[in-house]
Design a protein around this ligand. Structure first.
Ligand code: ATP
Ligand code: MG
Length: 170
């Protein structure tokens, strides 16, 4: 699948923990284009896993995203985006800056996320959390367009995720 992105897009990656969002972002975007909720938790609290820092982390992330969009820079938000309210904030921000809100959802089988989670050292939460996220994401997928994302892509199989290409279009 070739993902064509308008030059001024606000890209929301959508997917459970372990779905491969950060890996995908690293593969297809410049490091400076990607704003990750984990990195912002780190910047505001010195601890990427500190959930008490989430509100401050997102405030900082959205501020920077707005600054970037105001300067005409494509921006990627690397966060789970499982809840509608989280996606909604990004859509509002994109519209404020006349950017195109797009969603790229990575929805591999939950077993894939769980296996990767088991192999990781940097995530401590329970498997149940991943199952919940995966289910919530799955239920969200069919609503993305009517929520306001102008373009949406849903990648399901790991092979499909690995084979995807990203192209910028004017
Ligand atoms: P989180 O929401 O917890 O940040 P994430 O969606 O960003 O998760 P990643 O960190 O990209 O997930 O990937 C989780 C693990 O799965 C990592 O160890 C990564 O190396 C592995 N992984 C991610 N994508 C792939 C892939 N396409 N093929 C093989 N392994 C992958
Ligand atoms: Mg990640």
């Amino acid at each position: 699948m070739n993902i064509e992105l308008p030059d001024l897009s606000l890209v929301c990656l959508v997917g459970a923990s372990g779905a491969g969002k950060s890996t995908f972002a690293q593969r297809h975007f410049r490091p400076t284009e990607v704003l990750s909720s984990d990195a912002f938790r780190g910047w505001v609290a010195d601890d990427e896993a500190d959930q008490s820092a989430t509100a401050d982390a997102f405030a900082a992330l959205f501020h920077l995203a707005g600054v970037r969009l105001g300067r005409g820079r494509l921006t990627v938000i690397d966060a789970t985006h499982a809840r509608r309210a989280d996606r909604e904030k990004a859509i509002v921000l994109a519209r404020e800056h006349h950017a195109v809100p797009v969603a790229i959802a990575l929805a591999p089988p939950v077993e894939v996320c769980l296996q990767r989670h088991a192999d990781r050292q940097d995530r401590e939460f329970a498997a149940r959390v991943i199952r919940d996220q995966s289910r919530t994401v799955e239920r969200s997928l069919k609503h993305l367009r009517k929520e306001g994302f102008r373009r949406t892509w849903v990648l399901r199989e790991p092979e499909q995720i690995d084979a995807a290409t990203v192209e910028r279009v004017p």
